[in-house]
Design a protein around this ligand. Sequence first.
Ligand code: BMP
Length: 282
Amino acid sequence: MALTATPRTATFCGDVRKMDARLNHQYSERANGLSNPLAKSLLALMEEKQSNLSVAVDLTKKADILALVDKIGPFVCVIKTHVDVIEDFDQDFVQQLTALSKKHRFFIFEDRKFADIGNTVKLQYSSGVYKIASWAHITNCHTVPGEGIVQGLKEVGLPLGRGLLLLAEMSSKGSLATGSYTQNTLEWAEKHSDFCIGFIAGRRFPNLQHDFITMSPGIGLDVKGDGMGQQYRTPHEVIVNCGSDIIIVGRGIYGAGRDPLVEAQRYKKAGWDAYQKRLTRK
Ligand code: BMP
């Protein structure tokens, strides 16, 4: 599928650092303000590895994923998976990915986007073929079913030391996650800040009582879209202008004709430079 250069309207986030003074602090300093132990470790690791890059490894063969992760592991803080697209998924994949997460020191985020009632998501998170809760440090959910989805996932994940991201916004064109939907999502995160470590969103939500980690997908340095609704913004736009914390990059790193080793370092530098700029900008 061809990547296109469809222009996208810029998002105006205002002066996020003035709106939320926590953005003047280093990731490692902000770790003290989060209650979830995994969120604290993630922020500390980001500072240590000087990386706010998460790579979305959307490949369908176990061997291809593991080879790519072994190559780019040194440059990332989080590896994001979609295990339901892996044709030869098995528990050996989980063991190997877990070993790589220890070797290269990164967290595993299964982008499951749960979207059902509390009782069902409990089963989907803990059981079935994937047993996501047993290996994914982080997962995420839509908030369309109501607060019960967070309660259900928390019952499984909190005792295991896991963290949850709420999809407060989406990067795709025409997303309905806006307005009061996003607002309710923020409220549930505040209420469950022991388990909710942050948001999938394109910007920082200022003035929340708790500090949260913002992870932004839809990041590209070279193109603006993919012809299927995805919309790309630069690390500078989301981190400096809009106060996000982690950039999530997929095809920009391993898409056709790209050298993942070169691109991972390029995106790592772009993300980290943007963060440094945010810290030092007057
Ligand atoms: P890419 O950089 O190749 O467009 O990949 C983006 C990744 O982030 C995909 O894995 C997609 O599922 C995910 N994602 C997204 O693009 N937008 C969102 O709003 C939420 C996502 O999880």
